[in-house]
Write a protein that binds this ligand. Sequence first.
Ligand code: HEC
Length: 171
Amino acid sequence: MSKEQDQIFFRNFSLALGVIAVMMVVFFVVAQFAASDDEAEAKMRSTKVAEITEPVGQVTAVGDEMEVAVEAVAAEEAPAGGEASGDVGKTVYEGICMGCHGIAAMAAMIPQVGDAAAWGPRIEKGIETLYNNAINGFQGEMGMMPARGMNQSLTDDEVKAAVDYMVGQVQ
Ligand code: HEC
C-alpha cells in the first residue's frame, strides 16, 4: 500500500468510526425516548387496569356477603343440641382423633372409625354418653379415651362434632 492509500484508508476508517459513534448516540437517545413512552403507556395501562378491575372489588363485597350467608346457613344447620355440622367434625377428627381412631392396626385397642362391631354397642349407650366420654375422658375395657383427645383447646361443640362424624361413619 502506498502512503496515499494509507491515508485514504485511515480517513475512511475514522469516518466509519465517527458514523458508528453518532449512531450510538442517536440510538441511545431514541431508546431513552422509547423508554419514557413505554413508561407513560404503562402508567396509562395501569390506570386502565385499575378501571377495569374496579368491579372485582364489588365482587369481593359480594363474596363477603356470601360468606355471611354461608355462616348464617351453618348457624341454622347446627341444632341447639350442640350437634355441629359435619365439616367441623371431619376437620377435628382428621386433626386430632384420627391419630388413634384412624389406625386400622390399633383396632384391638382403640375403636376404629368405620368399625361397626366396635361402635355398635357404644352407640347403644346413647350419643350424650359418647359426647361426655369424649369430652371428659373415659376408661373402658379397651383402654383410655383421653379427655378431648388430649387437645384441651377443643370446645365441647368441636368434640361433639367429631363424635358425630365418627359415629356417622358406621351408620
Ligand atoms: C390417644 C388416643 C386417642 C385419641 C387421640 C382419641 N381417642 Fe377416642 N378413644 C380412645 C380409646 C382407647 C377408646 C376406647 C376406650 C374404651 O372403650 O376402652 C376411645 C373411645 C372413644 C369413644 C367411645 C367412648 C365410649 O363411651 O364408648 C369416643 C366417642 C371417642 N373415643 C371419641 C374421640 C374423639 C372425638 C376424639 C378426638 C377429639 C378422640 N376420641 C381421640 C383413644 C383415643
